[in-house]
Write a protein that binds this ligand. Structure first.
Ligand code: C2E
Ligand code: CA
Ligand code: CA
Length: 528
């Protein structure tokens, strides 16, 4: 866990994921917002005609009030309801646009109406009224009409002694089940509904201000105040609305789930891509989070320490150590070999220098044949060593894939001019082309560990090692036996005249601090 937290790659991964998730969530949020905005536009398409109707009604009603006021003027005093008054009331009704069924009230008794004419028995008016913004106008809110036996209720407006019904709004949207409309006016009792009261309350300020909407407890409310103290309200019951749009809601839910699924797939894909070996390696190489370990190489003649082979170690972002053969083949596949060589070489030089070992012992580094052929290894050495001598460096070239041999041979000469020594690694494996060996001007042959393994008991292997050693001697090359694990192997190799040995018998590859200790406890051969 500590490794993970300390690993900058892990932080980068987390950072990238958070970034990706933020983008996706922001997209979803924007989509939701757009959908919501579209929804509000739909609701407004319903509310606007209602408001227009209300505005029209307000203007018309005010004109109608004048007709009622005229009646009051004409029949001032305690006049009884006669034919003349009834005619005047009927004419007013004909001229009125929003008021109908005019009636005449004296001392809280209804004496006549335009339809009923004179009522045989005056009807006592007992309903509550509220005062509107004009001091002479009162509203009777949904009161039962006693003149009709109380069976009918209606909204009435009363100015002095004359009263009339208000025709309700007549817009198509009134039939929409999820839509409610209401008209409120400022009365002596506050904002009072003069048409249908709603489940929602209007919101101050009620001065002339145009439309304004809000959402309250699953209700979308739009308020339009069209004069001091007169407001229209349209409300949408969102849950009723959604249930009336079941198919659309189902489709939207399906779409949202699909989106979420897609987001999930994208995130998983991105995560997997991000976590693939190649990607992780790329980040490791960019951030130089590759480690070096050092394995001693012993001079067989006097068993003194000649040098070390630098081997790289890499942990993935889960903190697991990955085998070099696995990640190195990935690096080769991704064409990052130069980068690896440069990082390993630079790190090894830095670490050996800090330990005071650089220049005292030989350091052997692994390279890739193609990078030798292309001259990149030479460039790396120039970059790292500048004017310094490369004398303590041995460059190992794997024999397995010698690539373009003539190009390799050409560049080997270039490297030699820097005093670098060269070794053929894993000698004896692959195509073991001895002709190549003649062309390549190298210093060491590293006998592959497959020959060393079991050579103490297997006569054939022992014979093969002998042949390699003899051939190397003929060519004037020194030999390094790899993978020496047992004393018997070591003794047998000594017998065969091998120059150097490397293997667990001496020590396993180790970090610089341990290697520093190891060097202190051993005699160092020194660099020739
Ligand atoms: P190699 O160059 O042949 O390195 C020797 C390998 O043998 C190392 O394996 C080492 O740990 C292992 N070894 C040493 N002594 C013994 C022993 O007594 N017994 C056994 N069984 N194994 C022993 P490692 O470190 O796993 O590296 C494997 C290969 O990966 C190396 O083989 C080399 O080809 C490559 N490699 C490692 N580091 C680098 C690097 O920095 N650059 C390049 N280009 N290749 C590297
Ligand atoms: Ca090697
Ligand atoms: Ca080897």
């Amino acid at each position: 866990m500590l490794i993970l937290e300390a690993d900058p790659l892990f932080k980068i991964f987390r950072h990238q994921t958070i970034w990706l998730l933020t983008v996706l969530l922001a997209t979803l949020a924007i989509l939701t917002l757009v959908a919501f905005w579209g929804q509000i536009n739909t609701w407004q398409a319903y509310s606007r005609p209602v408001f227009e109707n209300m505005l029209g009604m307000d203007a018309e009603i005010q004109k109608d009030f004048e007709l009622v006021r005229d009646l009051n003027e004409r029949y001032a005093g305690n006049v009884l309801c006669g034919e003349d008054m009834l005619n005047a009331m009927r004419i007013a009704e004909l001229n009125a646009q929003r008021l109908h069924e005019f009636s005449y009230i004296q001392d809280d008794r209804l004496l006549c109406t335009t339809t009923l004419g004179q009522v045989p028995e005056p009807v006592i008016q007992s309903g509550e009224t509220v005062k509107g913004k004009f001091s002479d106008v009162e509203f009777a809110l949904s009161a039962p009409v006693l003149a009709l036996g109380g069976r009918v209720t209606g909204m009435q407006v009363k100015i002095n002694k004359f009263q009339a019904f208000i025709r309700p709004l007549s817009v198509e949207t009134m039939q929409v089940p999820w839509l409610q409309t209401g008209v409120y006016v400022m009365t002596d009792q506050g904002m009072t509904p003069v048409l249908q009261p709603l489940d929602v309350e209007p919101r101050a300020p009620f001065v002339e201000m145009g439309p304004n909407w809000w959402i309250d407890d699953w209700m979308w409310v739009e308020q339009y105040c069209y004069g001091a103290g007169s407001c229209g309200l349209v409300s949408v019951n969102i849950s009723t609305y959604l249930s009336s749009r079941r198919e659309a809601v189902l489709a939207a839910t399906f779409f949202l789930m699909l989106m979420m699924g897609l987001v999930g797939v994208v995130v998983r894909h991105a995560h997997q891509r991000y976590m693939t070996l190649g990607r992780q390696l790329k980040r490791s190489l960019n951030y130089h989070t590759v480690d070096c370990v050092y394995q001693p190489i012993i001079r067989l003649s006097d068993e003194e320490l000649d040098g070390c082979e630098v081997l790289c170690r890499w942990r993935n972002e889960d903190g697991q150590q990955i085998r070099p053969d696995i990640f190195i083949s990935e690096i080769e596949k991704n064409g990052q070999t130069r980068q690896l060589t440069e990082i390993v070489l630079k790190k090894a030089v830095d670490e050996l220098m800090s330990a005071g070992l650089f220049g005292h012992i030989r350091m052997s580094v692994n390279t890739f044949p193609d990078d030798i052929a292309s001259g990149h290894v030479d460039q790396i050495l120039t970059k790292i060593f500048a004017d310094r001598s490369c004398q303590p460096v041995t460059v190992e070239i794997t024999e397995q894939e010698a690539g373009d041999v003539s190009k390799v041979a050409q560049n080997i000469e270039q490297l030699r001019s820097r005093l670098v020594k060269l070794a053929i690694d894993d000698f004896g494996t692959g195509y073991s082309n001895f002709q190549h060996l003649e062309k390549l001007n190298v210093d060491y042959l590293k006998i592959d560990q497959s020959f060393v393994r079991g050579m103490e008991t297997n006569a054939l292997r022992s014979r093969l090692v002998k042949n390699i050693v003899e051939m190397a001697q003929t060519l004037g090359l020194q030999t390094v036996a790899e993978g020496v694990e047992l004393k018997e192997q070591f003794d047998a190799l000594k017998e065969l005249g091998v120059s150097f040995t490397q293997g667990y018998y001496h020590a396993k590859p180790m970090p610089i601090s341990d290697f520093d200790e190891y060097v202190k406890q051993h005699k160092v051969a020194g660099i020739d």
